[in-house]
Design a protein around this ligand. Structure first.
Ligand code: SAM
Ligand code: DTB
Ligand code: SF4
Length: 328
């Protein structure tokens, strides 16, 4: 039996606000933990069935050799991380992976490329992949770097459902992490994706040495976009040897849970993804993240280049928690 959620009679609607101030977001972070969790659950149940989790599978269709300098990223050519630069995968190989992901229970297939931005010739090939994955009956997502409005339109025409492009952190901390593209350029790509009519997947990373003020700034920025991203991935930094952030101190796990809860409250209708970093999280911590309002995961033993929990382990966890995959 499941308790009240959005369809329950008497549930009062939560207004979706796009004018969150940093002080308001800070006040949420500052709540006693149980008050924050209670509010996150309340908001979550107004819009979602709390027993449902959206399941996405990631595939790196073009790995490594990226010209950007994102300090967290194992795929940047600037750092010696042991990730080899590869060419864009073939259409057949991508579709074989998508079929396998579908057979194992994923409803969305996310294709990632280690590019600053796609070349038009490469975009044609990605569009063919999107068409092929869609024909399998899966939702499609791509993350290819910066896009022009014209490129976003071509992806939309090929049937792309979601585009992932993260703000990563607050505008103030951003310059400590990436110097090869600006925050403004990220916002412009998000505008292009939104204008093309593609659903926006946009979130960030915590545990990069940022302060709570930066986590506040990131969520306030996301929650003040003219339309909230439909999908909000919250990544815990995966500390990869060879990257500048390899020796970063681990973030307090409860601060990560707070970040999820605040994202849930500020973006009540968005699907919040408990994204990278689960391999190093206890099952108890993941359970707290679901309780805080996370309702999506990446499923399958690999993210783009780093490990993720195995499928059996994840299915057993969902089962123990009484959670089930969200229908498309
Ligand atoms: N190159 C494209 C871009 O940067 O937009 C697409 C792929 S990029 C790997 C997608 C996202 O993965 C990044 O924006 C970042 O948020 C996340 N990411 C990359 N490395 C990570 C790490 N070590 N830990 C957590 N998240 C990471
Ligand atoms: C997102 O926010 N997280 C995913 C996806 N979008 C593309 C990527 C996580 C990557 C973790 C490091 C790696 O596996 O290379
Ligand atoms: Fe390149 Fe994306 Fe990695 Fe940055 S996050 S280095 S743009 S692959």
């Amino acid at each position: 039996m499941s308790l009240a959620h959005s369809s329950s009679p008497g549930a009062s609607p939560v207004p979706v606000r796009n004018d969150w101030t940093r002080d308001e977001v800070r006040a949420l972070f500052d709540l006693p933990f149980s008050d924050l969790m209670f509010e996150a659950q309340r908001v979550h149940r107004l819009h979602f069935d709390p027993a449902e989790v959206q399941i996405s599978t990631l595939l790196s269709i073009k790995t490594g050799g990226c010209p950007e300098d994102c300090a967290y990223c194992p795929q940047s050519a600037k750092y010696d991380t042991g990730v080899r630069a590869e060419k864009l995968m073939s259409l057949d190989a991508v579709l074989a992976e998508a079929r396998a992901a579908k057979a194992s229970g994923a409803s969305r297939f996310c294709m990632g490329a280690a590019w600053r931005e796609p070349k038009d010739r490469d975009l044609d090939r990605v569009c063919a992949m999107v068409e092929g994955v869609r024909a399998l009956g899966m939702e499609t997502c791509a993350t290819l770097g910066m896009l022009t409005p014209e490129q976003a339109g071509r992806l939309k025409d090929s049937g792309l459902d979601y585009y992932n492009h993260n703000l990563d952190t607050s505008p103030e901390f951003y310059g400590e992490i990436i110097t090869t593209r600006t925050y403004k350029e990220r916002l412009e790509t998000l505008d292009a994706v939104r204008a093309a009519g593609i659903h926006v997947c946009c979130g960030g990373i915590v545990g990069m040495g940022e302060r709570r003020d930066d986590r506040i700034g990131m969520i306030a920025t996301l929650a003040s976009l003219p339309v909230h991203p439909e999908s909000v991935p919250i990544n815990m930094l995966v500390r990869v040897e060879g990257t500048p952030l390899a020796a970063e101190a681990a973030l307090d796990p409860l601060e990560f849970v707070r970040t999820i809860a605040v994202a849930r409250i500020c973006m009540p209708k968005s699907v919040v993804r408990l994204s990278a970093g689960r391999e190093d999280m206890s099952e108890e911590m993941q359970a707290l993240c679901f309780l805080a309002g996370a309702n999506s995961i990446f499923y399958g033993p690999k993210l783009l280049t780093t490990p993720n929990p195995g499928r059996d382990r994840d299915m057993a966890l969902l089962d123990r928690l009484g959670l089930r995959p969200m229908e498309r």
